[in-house]
Design a protein around this ligand. Structure first.
Ligand code: 13P
Length: 256
């Protein structure tokens, strides 16, 4: 099945308001005129209001890098799905490995967040991925299953066509050492299999499974030509318009 590629730039803790505004302008101008790819950026939370306003009416979509699962109350420092929708966000990244590592997110909190996103009308980009040590010990599939099981438990069939899963091997993030396209495909096909087992193939075939970890224009085509690689989550190479747009354009050359 042909799934529309989804490319999201995760800006992490980079770019102030002025730089964000400038970069959004450059990206919007450079986006392909057709609708054959979905493109989003996830800027720092404090600039989402401005980013949402700037992107309104354009082909560029806005994602948050994080979201909390409660909708209101005594949760200092957090923001909800409703708050993000108000700012014009369509997606939120959930469970990025940096949030798991530095901010103690657990597989259960990731599942809560995923459920809250779908309940509120925000599309979650749910991240999973193994460390180098886990891969070397042959634990990749076990770790991914552990990470994903609580998430699968909260999903209902209607969620699956919208679901975006991001496979981001930790050893490939920010290292310049991307997974080989074949390594990515092996994992993506395993992840698809988990969805098929729980929801059946006609729904599972609609979910998008994207890859992240040292993506650049040079490795985009090979990654995107894998059967189960439906898009990319891009860190460093999304921080300038030229390198991000080059990746978006490469995605349009997808064969499968
Ligand atoms: P890099 O593209 O910089 O490796 O980062 C990947 C990532 O973490 C995207 O979420």
């Amino acid at each position: 099945m042909k799934r529309k590629p989804f490319v999201c730039g995760n800006w992490k803790l980079n770019h102030n308001l002025a730089a964000t505004n400038e970069l959004i302008d450059q990206i919007i101008v450079g986006l392909p005129a057709n609708d054959n790819v979905d493109v989003a950026i996830a800027p720092v939370a404090t600039v989402l209001f401005s980013a949402g306003a700037k992107a309104k009416g354009s082909k560029l979509q806005i994602a948050a890098q994080n979201v909390f699962y409660e909708s209101q109350g005594a949760f200092t420092g957090e923001w909800s799905v409703q708050h993000l929708l108000e700012l014009g966000c369509r997606y939120s990244i959930v469970g990025h490995s940096e949030r798991r590592q530095y901010f103690h997110e657990t597989n259960e909190s990731v599942a809560h967040k995923t459920k809250a996103c779908f309940a509120g009308g925000l599309i979650p980009i749910v991240c999973v991925g193994e460390s180098l040590a886990q891969r070397e010990q042959g634990q990749t599939q076990n770790i991914l299953l552990e990470q994903l099981t609580p998430v699968l438990d909260v999903l209902v069939p209607e969620n699956i066509p919208q679901l975006i899963l991001a496979y981001e091997p930790i050893w490939a993030i920010g290292t310049g050492k991307s997974a080989l396209a074949t390594e990515a495909e092996e994992v993506h096909s395993y992840l698809r299999g988990l969805l098929v087992a729980q929801f059946g193939s006609s729904l599972a075939e609609q979910a998008r499974i994207i890859y992240g970890g040292s993506v650049k224009a040079e490795n985009t085509t090979e990654l995107m030509n894998q059967k189960n690689v439906d898009g990319l989550l891009v860190g460093g190479a999304s921080l300038t318009a030229g390198s991000f747009l080059a990746i978006v354009k490469e995605c349009l050359k997808r064969l499968t």
